[in-house]
Write a protein that binds this ligand. Structure first.
Ligand code: C2E
Ligand code: CA
Ligand code: CA
Length: 672
């Protein structure tokens, strides 16, 4: 009963041993890299093998030329050596030819089959020659067989199966043959060769194993390198990609400009004159902050993702789009476009981004402004082209929202002027150079002065009188505005202290003044230190001032309101004009922008806008002042529409503090 399992275990063990043995002689078909390496090694070693075989065989044939028959010394070795020479040249020819793994495998298998055949033929030839020669010639046969087989085995080191077969085919018969000769020298040679054979097989097996491992580790190393490369490519891709929109990011955009600029540079010699090799476009969504404020950041993100999708759809081969951050996108073009063509392209882009954004139940409408700068010569300073596009965008934002603007010579001089103003502002003695003008705000029908709006004036020794619209904008681009506002507010309040108790002063705050708690606190401190009761002070803010951070801005206004200061929303009707503001801000007053007044006599739409704002103010219990009243006819219509408080050149242009005081005292005398 027990003999059966033992028997089966033996069979199993034998089968495993046979399998292991078969593996020793097989070509590793499952390992393409090993096959290629084996084939490469053999392609240099096998020609050497044939060379050894041919030269040794020719030498042996020569020593037997007169003792052995012709077929044994000329025809048989000639045929064998001829075959070897053909194979030698074949291997040399194919040595550097790129082939696939299957071809390499075929070569190895053919070699594996040829080695035993040649081994048998050459061994048989050697044994056959032994009978014809004298003792020296016989010793030559023994030497020939021993030395040739060792040489050939070394050449076949990388094809383990072939080397083992050759060793078995030549050395074992050699040992038996020479042991049977009865000659002590030959018998010892046979024993000697057997020992060498054992050592050689050991070396062969170890060498082949190390070779296979080396190939394996090279493959692993290569795979690891490929993986490392893949990961680093992926990292590079992600580092250059904006995850929200899937567009390239700012880093990729700047790198692309640089590479385009250097390419354009090298092509400049062959470029036709007047062509525009590089166009930078900067796209900015108008009032996008309001979307975030009103509907939350996730809605804002969905809008941005949709913008990204539209830009990608719009993107054709020469156009490169990127998201530069926030709601700003960049565009790079490498096309020879005329100004008109570029404007047309920009308009198409603006229309594309103006399409309604359908976000589930919500439909949003947005506009986008675009600033273009085109280079018509080699781009030596790509950052300058970027700045020009930025300036064109700034211009579009100020003057042509929702439209494209191409940077032109006019913009260039404007940009230069802004640079000059910025520099002059940075070094100006603001305490002395800044003054405040006051423009009366009156009440109808008796034109009584209710208060004055304080308007900044700056006279620079070189630039002369710089309009506030210009220098305030410049100061806002740098942090200089905080100092400017402080100086102006102190001066305005110092004048207001001289006025009657019921006359208030209205001061314009910039976005930065209410953009941080510290800045607002400085304003509050000046108000408290001025000696003017806060209820006589009004702060005007524009919608654009609120756009950058609505929550922070409204928090700042609340702080000022707590002091007793009143808050007016300036230039109402020109910006986003969302009712959200009116509801969510601690407002006391709305100032209707003068653009509605300038053509109110002939413009029915303007009249109805003014009427609806006046009604809105009445409903919400807000004060209302209309700006820009220049003639009696306008005032008559505005009065009919319900406006009672007005400001404009008709009632008084901005004037110096003393003139304002004089006007007030004249009014007091008249009233008395
Ligand atoms: P704003 O706040 O809308 O000021 C009113 C502007 O309209 C003033 O221009 C004023 O001179 C002008 N104006 C008043 N009545 C009429 C009129 O009947 N017709 C016409 N065509 N214009 C009239 P100004 O003084 O050049 O100021 C321009 C802008 O500069 C201001 O517009 C305001 O946004 C800004 N600004 C002025 N002073 C300051 C200031 O102290 N701080 C800040 N942050 N901004 C200021
Ligand atoms: Ca104002
Ligand atoms: Ca205004």
């Amino acid at each position: 009963m027990t003999s059966r399992p033992v028997h089966r275990a033996w069979i199993l063990r034998c089968r495993r041993a046979v399998e292991r043995c078969a593996r020793l002689f097989a070509v590793p078909a499952e390992n393409p890299e090993l096959i290629r390496s084996q084939s490469a090694a053999l392609s240099t070693q096998i020609p050497l093998l044939y060379f050894i075989l041919v030269t040794n065989s020719v030498a042996l044939a020569l020593t037997h030329l007169h003792s052995a028959p012709m077929w044994m010394t000329v025809w048989a070795p000639g045929a064998l050596c001829g075959f070897c020479i053909v194979r030698l040249f074949w291997w040399r020819r194919i040595r550097n030819v790129e082939v696939d793994t299957a071809t390499h495998l075929r070569r190895l298998r053919l070699t594996l089959r040829l080695v035993p055949v040649l081994g048998v033929l050459f061994t048989a030839w050697g044994f056959n020659l032994y009978q014809y020669g004298d003792a020296y010639a016989q010793a030559h046969v023994a030497f020939y067989m021993a030395i040739t087989v060792i040489g050939c085995i070394f050449c076949l080191m990388h094809l383990r199966g072939a080397a083992l077969m050759l060793a078995a085919i030549v050395i074992l018969p050699f040992a038996v043959f020479f042991s049977l000769t009865g000659n002590l020298v030959f018998m010892l040679m046979a024993a000697n060769l057997l020992l060498v054979w054992v050592a050689m097989i050991f070396v062969l097996l170890v060498h082949y194993r190390d070779f296979a491992r080396l190939v394996e580790s090279t493959v692993t190393l290569r795979l690891r390198q490929a993986e490392t490369q893949r990961l680093s490519d992926e990292n590079f891709r992600l580092a250059n990609l904006d995850s929200l929109t899937g567009l390239p990011n700012r880093r990729a955009f700047l790198a692309h400009i640089d590479s385009m600029a250097s390419a354009a540079d090298s092509n400049s010699a062959i470029r036709p004159k007047g062509a525009s090799p590089i166009v930078i476009g900067l796209i900015d969504l108008d009032d996008f902050k309001l979307v975030n404020d009103a509907y939350g950041h996730s809605t804002g993100d969905r809008v941005l993702a949709e913008v990204g999708r539209r830009l990608l759809d719009f993107s054709t081969n020469p156009v490169f789009f990127a998201r530069l951050g926030g709601d700003e996108f960049g565009m790079l073009l490498r096309e020879n476009l005329s100004t008109d063509e570029l404007m047309a392209r920009g308009r198409v882009l603006c229309r594309l981004l103006q399409q309604p954004y359908e976000l589930g139940d919500l439909t949003l409408r947005l506009t986008a402004s675009v600033g273009f700068a085109a280079s018509d010569g080699p781009v030596e300073r790509p950052e300058l082209l970027f700045e020009q596009a930025d300036h064109a965008l700034y211009y579009a934002k100020q003057n042509a929202r929702g439209e494209p603007v191409i940077f032109s010579h006019t913009h260039e001089s404007e940009r230069r002027r802004m640079g000059l103003i910025e520099q002059a502002l940075a070094h100006a003695d603001l305490e002395h150079e800044l003054t405040v003008a006051f423009q009366p705000i009156v009440e109808l029908p008796n034109h009584r002065i209710l208060g004055f709006e304080a308007l900044a004036r700056w006279t620079h020794e070189r630039l002369g009188e710089v309009p506030p619209a210009e220098f305030i904008a410049c100061a806002e681009r740098s942090n200089r505005i905080l100092v400017v506002s402080e100086v102006l507010l102190k001066k305005a309040l110092a004048e207001a202290r001289r006025w009657p108790d019921d006359t208030w002063v209205s001061f314009n705050l910039s976005a930065r003044d209410i953009g941080s708690p510290e800045a607002t606190q400085r304003i509050a401190d000046i108000v408290l230190a001025s000696g003017v009761p806060p209820h006589r002070i009004e702060m005007e803010i524009t919608e654009t001032a609120l756009v950058s951070d609505f929550d922070l801005a409204s928090e700042s206004l609340r702080l000022l309101k707590q002091l007793g200061v009143r808050i007016a929303l300036d230039d109402f009707g020109t910006g986003f004009s969302s009712l959200t503001y009116v509801h969510r801000l601690p407002l006391d007053k709305i100032k209707i922008d003068r653009s509605f007044v300038s053509d109110i006599v002939h413009n029915a739409t303007g009249q109805s806008v003014v009427k609806s704002i006046v009604d809105l103010c009445r409903n919400l219990d807000l004060d209302c002042v209309v700006e820009g009243a220049e003639d009696e006819e306008q005032v008559r219509i505005l009065h009919e529409l319900g406006c009672r408080k007005m400001q404009g050149y008709l009632f008084g242009k901005p004037m110096a503090g003393d003139a304002a005081c004089a006007l007030l005292s004249r009014e007091t005398i008249q009233a008395a």
